[in-house]
Ligand binder design. Structure first.
Ligand SMILES: Nc1nc2c(c(=O)[nH]1)N[C@H]1C(S)=C(S)[C@@H](COP(=O)(O)O)O[C@H]1N2
Ligand SMILES: [Mo]
Length: 180
């Protein structure tokens, strides 16, 4: 009986944190479609899919410790290390369709998840700023394969101020668009 107010207090203290973490991700676990590979398409030599085994043939990179920070400012995750391949290494393995040295700058790189979540990068951001060095297609978090909610592959952009938005769980495709 005496415990009840304590239990209530504990619930009140923990519930807002959970609410903040998942307020913008209300998808029930049963509806999560885990990604098993990522397809690279668009302005590339030939579309190609990479599963974890194929990605592991590229140079592996480590993010080091980073927080996942939602656009709201809330820290929704603390990670010691994401391990994966650099997105530019993946794109270079496929080969971008670059028609002259001015062509990259008109390209937009679109990352998409199985639930329709989409984020964008520019070619310049990836190849011509420090941000690109820390954009990883990751298969491992803290020494373990990713969980069901994340799929087998996720994309992260470690230099972002808010790292939540471009932390793409269940990464399924990367499309390279050449703007007219
Ligand atoms: N596939 C997918 N990835 C997503 C989202 C989403 O809705 N779908 N939400 C984003 C948001 S808003 C945030 S803050 C971070 C938080 O990571 P978490 O959902 O693992 O806590 O993931 C991002 N990645
Ligand atoms: Mo978010």
């Amino acid at each position: 009986m005496k415990l009840r107010p304590l239990v209530l207090a504990a619930l009140l203290l923990t519930t807002p944190a959970l609410h903040v973490a998942y307020a913008d991700n209300p998808v029930p676990m049963a509806n999560v479609k885990p990604s098993i590979d990522v397809r690279i398409s668009g302005a590339v030599k030939a579309p190609q899919s990479f599963d974890v085994a194929a990605l592991k043939k590229l140079t592996a990179r480590n993010s080091g410790p980073m927080d996942v920070i939602c656009a709201s400012g809330a820290t929704v995750g603390k990670v010691n290390n994401f391990r994966g391949a650099r997105l530019t290494d993946v794109l270079d393995a496929v080969g971008l369709n670059l028609d002259g040295h001015k062509d990259g700058r008109r390209m937009v790189v679109v990352a998409r998840a199985t639930d329709g979540y989409v984020v964008t990068f520019s070619w310049n951001e990836l190849y011509n700023t420090a941000i690109g060095k820390d954009v990883l297609v990751a298969w491992e978090k803290d020494g373990k394969p990713l969980g069901v909610r994340e799929g087998q592959l996720l994309l992260i952009s470690g230099q972002d101020t808010k790292t939540g938005p471009r932390h793409v769980r269940n990464l399924i495709s990367i499309e390279v668009l050449r703007m007219k």
